[in-house]
Ligand binder design. Structure first.
Ligand code: ADP
Ligand code: MG
Length: 269
């Protein structure tokens, strides 16, 4: 179903991207959010963006979704510059809520309805994902009848059901308790293995970044730039419940944390 991306074309490309915001708060002086951000993500790659608050992670996702435009440089998707709202990518944010007046099934089918997918196919595609994340039996429940973790699963499969080749996730597990987070990480990996989209995943949780990613990009404090890039060599399929025991975990965690700590120190100054 995915548009094919040949080996020479990256799924996502940031080429010398700058983004300045003109904010009222600083007497109209522009705030540089991104300064020469450059990275690529290959088709099917899971890439996490980590860095101190305000370093431009969400801005990167917004540029790729076409919700904002770079001040300089190029953001591309499947080799073409993003122009205007990019509805070809899926976008999942922390406070993406299910529509309260629709059942779980109705919520998951919504994006397929918008795209004119026939009813029967909608049903099948929604049901496959509902079952995959263990929500079978709750199809007719409304969001207020589901737990926080169930609503979050619903929000994620609602976006994944239309099989975008690129999925953006901005701290999607932020407000959940630690146990639910790990369960959802395991489910996200299952979903990702099913269709293998390219994922750009923003998190402040380094353990989560290691458990999920092929590559982790550490951003500098404001203005944001890619400071360092780590490849996560832990073999897949991975078990987020026991990721701490994986060979190389401790060294990678320490290296990431040293990098981030230096940036947080910068930001606090
Ligand atoms: N719409 C906006 N208007 C003005 N400044 C913004 C806007 N969006 C983001 N910024 C600023 O850009 C910087 C990066 O923000 P953001 O991408 O949200 O960071 P992160 O997601 O890494 O916490 C911050 O300094 C933030 O205040
Ligand atoms: Mg953010």
């Amino acid at each position: 179903m995915h548009q094919t991306t040949d080996a020479t074309t990256s799924a996502v490309g940031f080429d010398h991207v700058f983004k300045a915001f003109v904010s009222q708060g600083r007497r109209g002086e522009p705030v540089l959010a991104l300064q020469d951000v450059a990275f690529e993500a290959r088709a099917g790659e899971f890439v996490s963006l980590v860095g101190p608050s305000g370093c431009g992670k969400s801005t990167c996702l917004n540029l790729l979704a076409g919700l904002d435009t770079p001040s300089d440089g190029t953001v591309s998707h499947r080799g073409s510059p993003v122009r205007g709202v990019n509805t070809a990518v899926g976008y999942i944010t922390q406070d993406d809520n299910l529509l309260p007046w629709r059942s779980l099934r109705g919520n998951v089918e919504l994006s397929l309805e918008f795209r004119g997918v026939p009813r029967r196919e909608r049903r099948e595609r929604a049901q496959e994902l509902i079952d995959l994340v263990g929500l079978g039996g709750f199809e007719e429940h409304y969001p207020h009848e589901l737990s926080g973790g169930m609503r979050k699963r619903g929000g994620i499969i609602r976006t994944l059901v239309y099989d975008s080749d690129v999925v953006l996730m901005d701290e999607p597990f932020g407000p959940l308790d630690a146990q639910t987070r790990v369960i959802l990480q395991a489910e996200l990996l299952k979903l990702w293995h099913r269709a293998r989209p390219t994922v750009l995943f923003v998190t402040h949780d380094l353990v989560e970044a290691i458990a999920l990613s092929d590559r982790i990009l550490v951003f500098t404090a404001n203005p944001g730039r890619v400071k360092r890039e780590y490849t996560v060599d832990i073999p897949r399929p991975r078990d987020p419940f026991h990721i701490h025991d994986a060979p190389g975990f401790a060294e990678l965690y320490d290296a990431l944390w040293d990098d981030i700590r230096a940036e947080i120190g910068q930001a606090a100054r």
